[in-house]
Design a protein. Structure first.
Lengths: 229, 380
């Protein structure tokens, strides 16, 4: 499989070239265009089995789709163009061991060997992190494509790192994060507009997005005129 | 026994591509040996090992080498206990400390979670009660015309359970009772309109705005006109205290409730019709029933009627409930009769003496007509 990500960061698309017999598992609705000799198989299980109904339901509560689309090339040099639903970026993450924790809706596609599941991060994070109650957990070996709203930037955390709520895309399993105040004073934290933040500890890769959909919606909403009935 | 145990994990090192690699960890006699998926080998002596617990799950064990140039990690739950016994217990102290820290952290985390949940529940409950209080009290500011509109619509939506009675004996008898009580009704003056329905049901109900439905079954069951007056006073009090409209306000959804607070009553009327169709508009909670009893006692005494008559009627139903046909309707919609009798009698005593003024109606005649509306009396 060959991968090229173009038009970054605002209107990114992933151009994937598959050889005969190669497959890619994608989020439902991620396909923009494709070669004629790619067949699509839709199921709630990962390619070749594994997961099924329970995994589908878990993905659903994590903000992803119940179903997965498996694209398989029936001929050589088949091209598949993928893109996220909102304007934003795409990055490729190579998963060799352990797992990657992805915020709901940021998982775009992955190798068939990757298990896409959901994980609960605790009540505090569920309430205050600005992300879904459940997160997507990608495990296994292979490539994972992540999407975002706005640009994605990668941080190699070694020690501590702070990210505003709603800006996390994904992080490696070796990182731990807790909800924390932006400044020492709780009132100051909120008056400063930052409120609560996500404080990461440990060592590993962290992907953040430059924008987040709720903030965009809050900025855009008041400018929209009321819909006539 | 532990030496030689293997676990799947990973490592951080500047010597591997991407600085992170998956690895198989083996607990040797003197240290942890790691072999990456690409065949690179690393070793970390137990004596140089600094343990830490963390990661996304909070259960990943990290073994740091000097200056953290090599870090091994594993999430297998058996890894930490195995480390405690590896290398003749060299790491036992660190493992014990980490285990205690992890247990304390889990307990604190659980308590924080429960506290957050409790706060959420309390805030939610407080918001619900506050909203219910605001909508309920916003009703006080609405004009009586809204009650009348709601009552009229509800009356049209509810089945009457029997034909309307036009027998002048019954109509005049009930009119006399209402006329006696009406000047003493509290709140904003309203028009009370009683519809007598011929049905063997011992019950009466009042819709918002003062529309009262009285069944002939109740007239038959009552032993004195004062008892019927007591029931009518109780039902009139539901209207003057605006219990029906408050009941509707409490049943409003969030949007209709907010609209009501902003002065839009369309949702209120729609819910009233819905409740009326399901027979829920005339059922009141214990607090409202007690408030109506108290108001009825006051009205009866002011009208020169024995205020304990309502309690007498309750006693009658309680004693002969099983033998009075249709009494179950009253018992179902007016629970806790014994407590309420006591309350009525206590309130009546507190009011002290009242000036009784007799009613002019012939109760025996009324009872006969209640059994057979439209009866032609043999003597005038």
């Amino acid at each position: 499989m060959q991968l090229e990500i173009t038009n970054r960061p605002a209107s990114s698309v992933a151009r994937v070239r598959l050889q005969q017999g190669e497959s890619l598992t994608c989020e439902v609705g991620a396909m923009i265009a494709m070669s004629p000799h790619l067949v699509v198989e839709t199921s709630s299980a990962k390619k070749g089995g594994g997961g099924g109904l329970v995994a589908g339901l878990k993905r659903l509560v994590a903000g992803e789709n119940f179903f997965l689309n498996h694209f398989t090339a029936q001929a050589a040099d088949q091209e598949l163009i993928l893109g996220p639903g909102l304007l934003g970026d795409i990055v490729q993450h190579r998963l060799e061991s352990g797992h990657l924790v992805v915020q709901g809706s940021s998982w775009l596609a992955s190798d068939p060997g990757i298990q896409v599941d959901a994980t609960f991060q605790g009540i505090g994070k569920a309430l205050f992190s600005g992300e879904s109650i459940f997160w997507v957990k990608c495990s296994g070996r292979g490539d994972v494509l992540l999407s975002s709203f706005g640009a994605i930037y990668e941080v190699e955390v070694d020690g501590e790192y702070i990210v505003d709520t709603g800006h996390i895309v994904a992080y490696e399993d070796t990182l731990q994060f807790q909800m924390d105040r932006a400044s020492k004073s709780l009132i100051g934290s909120f008056l400063g507009g930052e409120g609560l933040v996500c404080r990461f500890k440990g060592r590993g890769k962290l992907y953040c997005q430059s924008h987040n959909p709720p903030s965009f919606g809050q900025a855009l909403g008041p400018l929209l005129t009321a819909r006539a009935d | 026994m532990v030496s030689g145990s293997t676990f799947q994990g990973g490592l951080f090192s500047d010597d591997v591509l991407g600085k992170r690699a998956g690895a198989t960890l083996r607990l040797g006699a003197y240290g942890i040996e790691a072999e990456t998926l690409h065949g690179q080998s690393f070793s970390l002596p137990y004596d140089e090992c600094q343990l830490e617990v963390g990661g996304a799950s909070g259960r990943m064990v990290f073994c740091h080498g000097p200056h953290r140039t090599l870090t091994l990690f594993c999430e297998d739950p058996a890894f930490l206990p195995a480390l405690a016994h590896a290398g003749h217990g060299r790491l036992l102290g660190q493992v014990t400390r980490l285990t205690q820290d992890a247990r304390r952290e889990r307990t604190q985390s659980l308590l924080r979670g429960l506290l957050a949940l409790l706060v959420l529940v309390l805030v939610g409950y407080g918001a619900y009660r506050g909203f219910a209080y605001a909508t309920s009290h916003s009703v006080e500011a609405l004009p009586i015309a809204i009650d009348e509109q709601v009552g009229k619509l509800a009356m049209e939506s509810m089945p009457l359970e029997g034909p309307k009675v036009t027998d002048p004996v019954l109509v005049q008898a009930v009119d006399e009772l209402v006329s006696r009580l009406k000047p003493h009704a509290g709140g904003t003056p309203m028009t009370f309109e009683v519809t007598i329905v011929d049905a063997p049901i011992v019950n009466a109900y009042c819709l918002p705005g003062g529309k009262i439905v009285l069944f002939t079954g109740l007239l038959k069951a009552a032993k004195a006109p004062e008892q019927v007056a007591g029931v009518l006073a109780h039902e009139m009090a539901h209207a003057t205290l605006r219990h029906g409209i408050k009941r509707i306000a409490n049943s409003l959804g969030l949007i209709a409730g907010v609209n009501l607070l902003l002065g839009d009553t369309s949702g209120l009327v729609a819910v009233a019709v819905e409740l009326a169709q399901h027979g829920l508009l005339t059922s009141h909670d214990r607090e409202q029933e007690t408030a109506s009893d108290v108001e009825a006692v006051r009205m009866m005494a002011a009208a020169g009627l024995a205020p304990t008559a309502l309690a007498d009627f309750f006693a009658l139903l309680e004693k002969d409930g099983a033998e009075v046909p249709g009494a179950i309707a009253w018992l179902a919609s007016h629970p806790q009769l014994a407590d309420r009798q006591q309350e009525i009698r206590q309130r009546s005593e507190k009011l002290g003496a009242f000036q009784p003024r007799a009613l002019t109606q012939d109760w025996e005649q009324v009872s006969r007509h209640a059994k057979q509306p439209g009866l032609q009396d043999s003597k005038p």
